[in-house]
Design a binder for this molecule. Structure first.
Ligand SMILES: [Zn+2]
Length: 206
């Protein structure tokens, strides 16, 4: 490594250390030792701080509030067709193993004179994903937050995801996907609405 890139890395590291308290890094050092590693060797020397920084970022959703994300961006309209935002990339951590699960999230709602800025929906998905989750709860929280803030006639959320705690440990076939859905209001009561949503995300009548 050149002196220059070494310095850049050290600078980046100094920033990381400022952000984290170091409490997690200390535990990671102990964890590395307990599996027989040497946390002082070159490749691992800065790993505890990097892990802490990454982990704090991946759980940054606890610091955010769904109402703050959505409330400033709810607009009055006379549009009453379904709004669908599909294929939102999703990365979260399973609360049982602290391992990633990731996939796609599809969100739809049926406006009742109000819509929310489209970019807010992926932000909402990110916010709830950056907490320790189980997929079922994540799905429900996204649906419920939209229901509460936008007050539409109904909300549908579908998540398709792969869990590393399953595929890496060989619990399930490599390609198995977990699909969860939350249907509120018209999406629960009206089959036509639900079918329209599922057809739009490519999950209709299989
Ligand atoms: Zn798990």
């Amino acid at each position: 490594m050149s002196d220059m890139s070494k310095r850049t890395e050290e600078l980046a590291l100094a920033e990381e250390q400022e952000l984290g308290s170091g409490a997690i890094a200390g535990m990671v050092r102990a964890m590395l030792e307990s599996v027989g590693e040497n946390p002082q060797r070159d490749g691992l020397r800065h790993t505890p701080e990097r892990f802490e920084r990454a982990f704090r970022y991946l759980t940054g959703g606890y610091q955010q509030d769904p109402e703050k994300i959505l409330n400033g961006a709810v607009f009055d309209v006379c549009y009453d067709e379904m709004v669908v935002v599909k294929d939102i990339e999703l990365y979260s951590l399973c609360e049982h193993h602290l391992l990633p699960f990731f996939g796609k999230c599809h969100v739809a709602y049926l406006p009742d004179k109000k819509v929310v800025g489209l970019s807010k929906i992926p932000r909402l998905v990110n916010m709830f994903s950056r907490r320790l989750q189980i997929q079922e709860r994540l799905t429900n929280q996204i649906a419920q937050a939209i229901q509460n803030c936008v007050n539409p006639l109904g909300v549908g959320v579908v998540i398709e995801a792969r869990h590393l705690c399953m595929v890496m440990r060989g619990v399930e076939k490599q390609n198995s996907e977990t699909i969860t859905s939350a249907m509120l209001g018209a999406f629960r009561d009206n089959q036509q609405t639900r079918d329209e949503f599922l057809a739009l995300i490519g999950r209709g009548n299989r």
